[in-house]
Write a protein that binds this ligand. Structure first.
Ligand code: LP5
Ligand code: MN
Length: 240
């Protein structure tokens, strides 16, 4: 009896080993779960549900098979796949969630999110995020021909890489005050997120009590998941 959380797989055709590891996870450990939550950046980049990339179909089939086996699967958007839409959700059987969600799991209230909105010291990113989350701009982008969307996404990725290369690492982590305010706004003691690629369990104080922030690792050479069970919450790294 456990609920599983993963994030930051950054699936792409250039990383077949990560895809293979994820397919193995979906056919194995995930089948025993009460539910699977994917907290963003499942894909390296998402430029529309109409992208004919065969990888997307392969992942949709594997997710649909998990859901059809009786394990519900939920998705929160990341900063790479925030355009993943209802079409892929329908195809894969995933249920799309808002960017912040409080779950009641085995008597515990747990807040889940991708984690990029906690990085408030990164004002450049927050400004970029505000822009690309404007519905009219997303509509305009999705109306462009696929080849143009690919070109724009590649420019954004290059722009991001070069801006990250000069940013102080601390700026690209969560802001402690923002974490605290978020926990207190939701009145929760447990927070699970990804995005920073800095897997760890952090203890802090919120709402006048001990609180815990669980950070998922990115999938590079091994898998990372958080298992929430009646016995407790565990961050687990595992071989593909
Ligand atoms: O993603 P990552 O790990 O490199 O860094 C992130 C933040 N960067 C981003 C940008 C994404 O990588 C871009 C993904 C594009 C794919 C989808 C295309 C959808 C287009 C939709 C249009 C409506 O999220 C990075 C953070 C870092 O995490 C750590 O938190 O620092 O933020 C930035 O780098 C923001 C920069 O400060 C500015 C972003 C550069 C974008 C340049 C745009 C030029 C292209 C314009 C084309 C018309
Ligand atoms: Mn991210």
């Amino acid at each position: 009896m456990a609920t599983l959380f993963i994030a930051d797989l950054h699936l792409c055709t250039e990383e077949p080993a990560i895809t293979a590891g994820f397919l193995r996870f979906l056919a194995g450990e995930a089948r025993q779960a009460d539910a699977l939550y994917i907290l963003g950046d499942l894909f390296e980049a998402w430029i529309g549900d109409d992208d004919p990339n065969p990888l997307h179909g392969q992942i949709a089939i594997a997710l649909r098979s998990l859901v059809d086996s009786g394990v519900p699967c939920y998705f929160i958007h990341g900063n790479r796949d925030f355009l993943l839409g209802k079409g892929f959700a329908r195809q894969s059987g995933m249920t799309l969630l808002p960017q912040e969600k409080v779950l009641e799991l085995y008597g515990q209230r747990v807040l889940i999110m991708h984690g990029d909105t906690l990085c408030t010291d990164d004002v450049g990113y927050q400004a970029f995020r505000a822009k690309v989350h404007q519905p009219w701009l997303q509509k305009l982008f999705l109306a462009l021909p696929l080849y143009l969307r690919k070109r724009i996404a590649a420019k954004m990725r290059a722009g991001s890489k070069s801006s990250n290369s000069v940013k102080d690492m601390a700026i690209m982590d969560v802001n402690a005050q923002t974490v605290l305010h978020t926990l207190e706004r939701h009145r929760v003691q447990h927070l699970i997120h990804g995005h920073t690629h800095r897997p760890a369990v952090h203890q802090l104080n919120a709402n006048g009590e001990p609180a815990f922030r669980y950070v998922l690792g990115a999938w590079h050479t091994e898998g990372s998941m958080i298992k929430v069970a009646p016995e407790g919450i565990e961050l687990i790294a595992f071989p593909f």
